[in-house]
Design a protein around this ligand. Structure first.
Ligand code: TXA
Ligand code: MG
Length: 321
């Protein structure tokens, strides 16, 4: 992969080109958020429906204030969690192009914590619209190589910032109604973490839905994060039955204790079940196994608590094809 200087990347973004960027959660596909023609290219390359709004990555709070109407919860949460894996939805200001917000009166903002992306944001003085850098509906990328394999043919600039340290997407919190904060997508920052800061327990509205229209967050479409290979959820330590003609793999949350004499390949996402490690490895292992032409992949469901809630949410959607 070619390496570009920060200045080259900055010039490309100013010229309306797309750049794949590393973040601490997943890789993003970025464009100048204030350039509707550049943003349109994101939808085209990803195959993303125009009804799905894109979040904006910012460098500092001043930039946030130019894009959205901020409120007291916003400042408290920004102080506690930014830069970091929290996206905050606020009423947008007119400067935000309609294509970014998919015509809605709101905009999602996030101050990312990846050092290279911080440098880029500082250099360019532009807010960056960026969804995850995967074809729409497919597993999110956590390494530059994932982006190259899926979108590389149509994308000149990919910035390699190593493996994403968190590995699943930010928590999306709707703060447009000050009295009714609502989590639209569970993520690394939990409802309890947020309640600790603003003294209100946010509601949640990320149960799966078959409704494809009028969703609070269109990214909640049921089928998402899906490998091409059929994926099935199993309980911890369950043994799927294998028929002779099928080639399957089983993904465990932690390293299995017994030496394996099993009829399938076994993988694990962490040594001892630590869910932060599971999150970090989840999409990488799914992409890896998706290349092996298996008939099925089975994966253990994590406990539905803490970051396990976000992992479980991704897995439900990834399985629902
Ligand atoms: O961690 C992340 O959030 C990554 C990295 C690249 O920053 N980005 C990401 O973007 O996951 P994306 O587009 O794949 O997911 C953003 C989610 C989508 O479900 C989208 O529908 C929702 O946020 N969203 C964006 N703007 C919104 C808005 N104004 N109102 C409601 N939902 C919104
Ligand atoms: Mg995405």
């Amino acid at each position: 992969m070619k390496e570009y200087s920060i200045q080259e990347i900055s010039r490309a973004l100013h010229n309306g080109e797309l750049v794949a960027i590393p973040t601490e959660t997943v890789y993003g596909l970025a464009a100048n958020a204030l350039d509707p023609i550049a943003v349109k290219k994101i939808f085209e390359i990803k195959g993303r429906p125009l009804i799905d709004p894109i979040i904006i990555h910012i460098y500092d709070l001043l930039q946030a204030e130019t894009l959205a109407q901020t409120n007291e919860h916003f400042y408290k949460l920004a102080k506690r969690f930014w830069p970091g894996p929290l996206t905050i939805i606020l009423p947008k200001k007119p400067i935000v192009p309609d294509i970014v917000s998919a015509g809605a009166p709101t905009v999602g903002l996030r101050m990312p914590n990846h050092p290279i992306l911080r440098k880029i944001l500082k250099e360019i003085h532009l807010p960056l619209a960026a969804p995850s850098a995967n074809p729409f509906g497919y597993v999110s990328p956590t390494e530059a190589e994932h982006v190259r394999k899926t979108l590389g043919g149509r994308l000149k600039y990919i910035v390699d910032g190593g493996s994403c340290s968190i590995g699943i997407e930010s928590t999306v919190l709707d703060l447009t109604n000050l009295n009714k904060p609502k989590i639209l997508r569970p993520g690394p920052i939990s409802a309890e973490d947020i309640a600790d800061v603003i003294d209100i327990m946010p509601g949640t509205s990320f149960t799966r839905t078959h409704e494809k229209r009028a969703l609070p967050s269109p990214g909640l479409l049921e089928s998402h994060y899906s490998p091409h290979t059929p994926l099935h959820l199993i309980r911890e330590n369950a043994e799927p039955s294998v028929d002779l003609n099928s080639k399957i793999a089983v993904i465990r949350l932690k390293r299995p204790s017994l030496a394996s004499s099993k009829k399938y390949q076994e993988y694990w996402l962490s040594e001892d079940g630590d869910l932060a490690e599971v999150a970090k490895n989840l999409f990488r292992v799914l992409q890896l196994l998706d290349e092996k032409k298996l008939s099925s992949i089975y994966i253990e469901a994590p406990a539905n608590e803490g970051i396990g809630i976000a992992i479980y949410d991704r897995l439900l959607r990834a399985c629902s094809k």
